[in-house]
Write a new protein. Sequence first.
Length: 227
Amino acid sequence: MPAFSKLSKLGGLIEEFVRRETGAEKAIFTTSLSQEDQILTWAIVQAKLPVDIVTLDTGKLFPETLALHALTEKILGIKIEKVDPEQSDVVAFDSECGMDSIYLDVQARKRCCTIRKVLPLQKICAGRSLWITGLRSGQSENRSGLQMLESAPDWGLKKLHPLLDWTDEEVLAALPLIDIPVNPLHAKGYPSVGCAPCTRPVQEGEHPRSGRWWWEQSSKECGLHKG
């Protein structure tokens, strides 16, 4: 299906699930300002859906990502709520482990991710019934078996992945159609952008997720999603 056709139906697709799954509760969409998430933000705004749009400000994001957050708010005329980690947890991690530990110990890295991402999201998901994400099945092997709508008992809600079956080509083709900014790091070899200490450019022929936590053999996930 051409990207234009999928894009034109995206708002209605999300609305269908929001109405069916949330009832009186608003759904929540978490954006990392990725290309996929920019498309979803646009679709939610265009369809005027009752969905809260939030982003996890880990305190370790690239300046380009922070600038994109502000620019997206300005262009779309919206507010993307920043969710911060508990400062006491950050201080404790820095004191007990330090950021250098993430390169030496997988558990230290996962603790950092938990503090900066998982715990803040758990707090903001409390009482919600639907969490919308930009995951696609082609992004990694551990995402290939996802369903568009899945139960997420650890979070106490359901997860919706509206772009699950979109290809890389369809994502890239859709972006010019909606005229929304993307992270300039993508043009510098960063297909997947996370926290600055944990993200590097990928080399030609490398998997797009290989630039995330490149020093460890893992499923390339932070704990927000299965893997």
